[in-house]
Write a protein that binds this ligand. Sequence first.
Ligand SMILES: C[S@@+](CC[C@H](N)C(=O)[O-])C[C@H]1O[C@@H](n2cnc3c(N)ncnc32)[C@H](O)[C@@H]1O
Length: 228
Amino acid sequence: MTFGQWQTPNVSTDGTANYTPAFPVLSLYDPIVRFLSRDRAWRSYLLRLLSAAEGQTIVDAGCGTGTFLKTLARDRPGARLIGVDPDDKVLNLAREKLTGSDIELRRGYLRDLVDLIGPDSVTHVVCSLVLHQVPMGEKRAGLKAMFATLKPGGTILIADYGLQRTAVMRNLFRLVQAVDGKENTQPNADGILPELIVETGFDEVAELKVFFTPTGSISIYRGRKPGS
Ligand SMILES: C[S@@+](CC[C@H](N)C(=O)[O-])C[C@H]1O[C@@H](n2cnc3c(N)ncnc32)[C@H](O)[C@@H]1O
């Protein structure tokens, strides 16, 4: 299978949008992400940023095969957990991986979050490795929907390819660009994410950490919805 075929559009429920599948051979997705993105390092960092308070609701937007949800179920047992992804095949894998937990899985795009979950209803939205592969319109619409579904004072945590600061990182990131296409990925490499997060209305926006990986640097961004 060529990279071009990998990007074959998938029509959404309303027939207007499409997405890049997590990986052509889904059974290989987890080990490949482990190796190519050093996901253990940045997922443990994300976990530390999520407080252990009872009563929180955490949404994993574009949850893929449910790797982070599984960690959350183990380490944040008091939280209500919701995973959203547009790909049925990926959701089926997540369902298998999460058997025995009461995590809720829903099918939809980032932009559908409010319809799927409701406005002002969750304390955290986490979104990892999704925004770099969606068009600018979906980056904006997705962030807007995350904002709307958060309670005032709630936070978003984004882990994704961000500003590629050095020639080495820009060259390594070319592998991701060969797979996911340049149009959607280049704005991330140019550092657009914090601007978009601020533009959406979040405050206290910060790039908290940068992880160097074999496929470029992955940044952790946090933003807070204004209010109590
Ligand atoms: C590279 S995978 C990352 C999965 C997971 N977040 C992780 O960290 O392993 C990207 C995921 O985003 C999903 N996706 C692609 N476009 C999306 C969109 N517009 N809204 C929500 N999810 C999307 C894909 O189905 C895929 O599962």
